[in-house]
Design a protein around this ligand. Structure first.
Ligand code: GDP
Ligand code: ZN
Length: 401
């Protein structure tokens, strides 16, 4: 009997492909399937609308179009696998695959029905998704998402353009998603860390943006790292107070310059063998930094002329970029703009590491920490225990600014 390694620590590079994807509690399961008449319908005019949304699509409309006949029975089929907790937007049933035939890989990008999968040895496969996977009841439209670790069956190993069929998606962790119209959209899965990129100047440093992205990371349970680029343009001493505030909260702060190469080695070590999402407003130097750490990438860097071109087409589909020395980065304009995925005002204080210890000491249990009397958070700010700028950042976010 095979035992599976802990999926949460799996990585294409570290886990040999021979690790059999057999679940511990292998047994037959009665899985819920879509009813036969509930074919996936999508109106053509909506296709275009949703296609523009970071490559993800909502099944909200499909659902409302389905017929839910009175007393209709859900078809069931027996499949071999194990049940998993589908709190990650993934499948509720984990299918077993034949490890002698199937290969393990990571999904670099998703283009409609076809997925670009990178096997452990770097070979790229264009894979469709097995029908059985698609028909298993799931809360999410896209069974396969960017970042997923999958097992696929190669279909034409001899051909130049390799193809395959995805048979299994491993349980996810570190999922970045957003909610739109009450439905969750997975953007990227298996994220190890969120790199919050900002610039010391041009554009000027915006600490409140860093705070927003920190909240996003805290909410998603993904470790954030603050990276301040363009330090060649300022006196690093001026950045010390800010570094001090974040450092005290336990956040790692990196000072870098893509232009001079300062701190680039350290950044390379931070990214190695990890799946990192780069987030930060445009112009802070994300592409320049990636080119500095891996010159083979040759990502286009914005020049003064491209900056002035309004509405230029930028891809909004999330994709993983493999790094030469190991690891993946995700850089998508869509992700850059998402700052507060489904964070509701009442939750914000809980995601501010420096406010959290005081929250429970307020006079009113539902204190918003903005206008109430007897607020421990406001007192701590007045006493200098909480940075005033951080408190102001909190107020903006809690008020939905
Ligand atoms: P992105 O939009 O975040 O990907 O930013 P880019 O990488 O396209 O860079 C925007 C501009 O900042 C370009 O003109 C770069 O040459 C410039 N830039 C990037 N990194 C640095 C740096 O460390 N120092 C300076 N002085 N300029 C930089
Ligand atoms: Zn309070």
């Amino acid at each position: 009997m095979f035992t599976r390694s802990n999926p949460s620590s799996c990585d294409v590079r570290r886990v040999p492909e021979t690790v059999p994807p057999v679940s511990k509690k292998k047994r037959k399961i009665r899985a819920q399937f879509r009813k036969k008449h509930e074919t996936r319908k999508r109106r053509r005019d909506l296709t275009r609308q949703y296609a523009s949304e970071e490559g993800e699509q909502s099944d909200q409309l499909e659902r409302s179009e389905r017929v839910s006949g009175k007393g209709s029975l859900t078809r069931k089929r027996t499949v071999v696998g194990s049940e998993t907790a589908p709190d990650d937007g993934g499948l509720s049933v984990d299918l077993d695959v034949d490890p002698d035939v199937c290969r393990r890989g990571r999904v670099l990008s998703v283009h409609g029905p076809s997925n670009i999968v990178r096997a452990g040895d770097g070979t790229i496969y264009r894979c469709a998704t097995r029908g059985l996977l698609k028909s298993l009841s799931t809360d999410q439209r896209n069974v396969v998402a960017v970042g997923d670790l999958v097992w696929f069956r190669p279909s034409n190993e001899m051909a130049e353009r390799k193809e395959g069929l995805i048979e299994r998606v491993e349980p996810r962790r570190g999922v970045l998603s957003r909610t739109s119209r009450g439905r969750r959209h997975v953007i990227v899965t298996n994220v190890d860390q969120l790199l919050i990129i900002s610039s010391a100047a041009e554009p000027m440093l915006k600490p409140h943006l860093i705070d927003r992205m920190l909240v996003t990371a805290e909410k998603a349970g993904i470790g954030p790292i603050i990276c301040i680029n363009k330090v060649d343009l300022v006196d690093p001493v001026d950045l010390q107070p800010l570094i001090g505030v974040y450092g005290q909260m336990g956040y790692q702060v990196l000072l870098v310059s893509a232009t001079t190469g300062f701190g680039v080695d350290r950044l390379r070590r931070v990214l190695r063998d990890k799946e990192s999402v780069l987030s930060g407003q445009s112009g802070v130097g994300k592409s320049s930094l990636l080119n500095a750490i891996d010159p083979q990438l040759r990502l286009p860097v914005r020049t003064v002329s491209t900056e002035s071109q309004k509405g230029r087409h930028t891809t909004s589909i999330a994709q993983l970029i493999p790094l030469e020395y190991g690891g993946y980065v995700v850089d998508t304009p869509g992700i850059r703009q998402f700052q507060l995925w489904d964070v509701v005002p009442a939750e914000v204080a809980g995601f501010f590491r420096d406010l959290r210890p005081y929250e429970s000491h307020c006079r009113f249990p539902d204190c918003t920490h903005i206008h109430e009397e007897g607020c421990a958070v406001k007192d701590a700010t007045a006493d200098g225990k909480i940075d005033v700028r951080r408190y102001e950042s909190y107020c903006h976010m809690a008020q939905g600014d």
